[in-house]
Design a protein around this ligand. Structure first.
Ligand code: HEC
Length: 475
């Protein structure tokens, strides 16, 4: 009965004739490396999960500056709503991680070489579109973090030469962030970028089938565009297997595992809690974008001022151009990472940079330039005497912009919470007078009286174990 129904349906639609070559196309046996080939399909799994949860969220979300925040509060207050938001939140992280690792895998195995240059190119576009989704998504929360992350990004973009004004204006949909910004980000996040992703994804998948899955690289087996296709055909005939089910089961197992982990996290931890609603009068707010963008904000906050324009605009542009031209410049030759040691160095450098600045960004307040508030009396420990005056000097002379004391201040210089344990008055004086790399010299800019109280203050700082039951004070 079912068989007859299927035959009838198949006869009218030609579905099996279309699916058969997709499912049964031969792939090289990957053997030991087989599990490395599941990252792309897992990204696709998570993307589908994001669509389902995204559509669900959008059915209760109002994209207006007056209501976005409260509708999200409403969604999060329901158990099911909170889980859906959680899945969407962890799904976003998973998608960024998976697409990143997938790109690294393809790069290390040089699967971008002939004839798969277009596979790589569409993949690069998908990578940037995914980051675009991550960036536009965080503003939709319409809390302090999401709001200020967009404002900071617009300010950064506004400094690019020539098109800066236009770009900043374009991102915010106006001169300042407001309701129009939210509409613009919403349209980008639910209509514009996803439809581009669908389009490019279809192309990407078509190319994967058309060019065939790359075989695991072997040292001493370079790619030669003149002979590759014939050679690959022979390889498949000799040592291929149908995609379904021989390779597809791994995609299914890993993809399901990823989805299970995401749902598990969403149930156990729940979505990122909403921050306070955005308050444009809070110019001292230190925004904290989602972790996958945080490293870049942190990087921007510590580079020297003169290099900012170059780093903000030129660096991402150069990176994008390198990614685009890579498969055409290096379209032939050795694929094994063992014969391309530089590829390992480059990947390690990128991963370490992201990790380092990500950690730096995670310790708020991470931007030394945003004005730190003066140390509260509870942290100083006294309101009178040289120690209290020293705490004020510490703030007035901008030491606090770069140095942290008990969680207050910037992180450009070392934490001075335990300065009294580590340094004596002479050492501190020397440092203040002579400055250091990234620390100005205060010689001629600090009175004897100020210096004395500053030293009294710093000498009073010791590592105290936090008293039981009190939360550490953070700005
Ligand atoms: C522009 C940022 C900046 C400002 C402003 C600044 N510092 Fe520093 N400071 C640094 C950096 C960076 C270092 C580490 C230098 C190094 O590693 O050689 C440092 C090192 C120090 C050290 C040595 C810490 C250690 O653990 O070795 C002391 C003490 C110190 N600063 C005190 C001050 C005081 C007091 C002020 C204000 C009068 C001040 N700093 C202002 C950036 C700054």
């Amino acid at each position: 009965m079912l068989r007859r129904a299927w035959n009838w349906f198949d006869d009218l639609t030609g579905l099996s004739a279309m699916l058969r070559p997709l499912l049964l196309h031969p792939v090289p046996k990957a053997r030991k490396a087989a599990w490395l080939y599941v990252l792309g399909s897992a990204t696709l799994f998570v993307f589908l999960l994001q669509i389902v949860t995204g559509v669900a969220l959008s059915s209760a979300y109002v994209a207006s500056s007056g209501q976005a925040y409260s509708t999200l509060l409403f969604i999060s207050s329901a158990r099911f709503g909170s889980i859906v938001r959680g899945i969407h939140y962890f799904g976003a992280s998973a998608m960024v991680i998976l697409i990143g690792v997938h790109a690294i895998r393809v790069y290390l195995m040089a699967a971008y070489k002939y004839p798969r240059q277009m596979n790589w190119l569409t993949g690069v576009v998908l990578l940037f579109l995914t980051l675009g989704m991550a960036f536009t998504g965080q503003l939709l929360r319409w809390d302090q973090n999401g709001f200020w992350s967009a404002v900071v990004a617009a300010e950064q973009a506004g400094r690019s030469p020539g098109i800066g004004n236009w770009l900043g204006h374009f991102i915010l949909a106006g001169d300042t962030a407001g309701g129009a910004t939210l509409s613009r980000f919403f349209a980008a996040h639910v209509f514009f970028i996803p439809s581009l992703i669908f389009l490019i994804l279809a192309l990407h998948l078509y190319l994967v089938v058309h060019n065939g899955i790359s075989e695991p690289p072997k040292a001493g087996q370079p790619v030669d565009p003149r002979t590759y296709r014939v050679w690959y055909k022979m390889l498949l005939a000799r040592d291929g297997e149908p995609f379904w089910p021989n390779a597809a089961w791994r995609d299914a197992v890993f993809g399901s595992l990823v989805v299970l982990v995401i749902v598990g996290l969403a149930i156990a931890i729940g979505p990122e809690p909403l921050g306070r609603p955005p308050d444009p009068t809070l110019i001292g707010a230190s925004p904290k974008p989602d972790w996958y963008l945080l490293w870049y904000y942190a990087l921007l906050s510590v580079i020297p001022r003169w290099s900012e324009d170059a780093v903000i605009i030129l660096a991402p542009l150069t990176f994008a151009v390198l990614l685009i031209f890579l498969p055409f410049v290096a379209s032939r030759g050795e694929r094994s990472p063992l014969r391309r040691p530089w590829s390992l160095v480059i990947v390690a450098a990128i991963v370490l940079t992201v990790y380092h600045f990500g950690r730096m960004g995670a310790s708020a307040p991470w931007s030394p330039r945003l004005a730190a508030a003066p140390l509260p009396a509870a942290v100083v420990g006294t309101t009178t005497g040289p120690v209290a005056v020293g705490a004020k000097v510490f703030y007035d002379k901008a030491c606090e912009f770069c140095h942290t004391v008990d969680g207050y201040g910037g992180i450009r210089g070392p934490d001075l919470s335990d300065a009294g344990d580590r340094m004596n008055a002479d050492q501190i004086t020397t440092r203040i007078y002579s400055g250091a790399t990234n620390m100005p010299s205060y010689r001629g800019n600090m009175s004897q009286a100020d210096l004395a109280s500053l030293i009294a203050f710093l000498e009073s700082r010791h590592k105290i174990p936090p008293a039981a039951g009190t939360a550490p004070v953070k700005r």
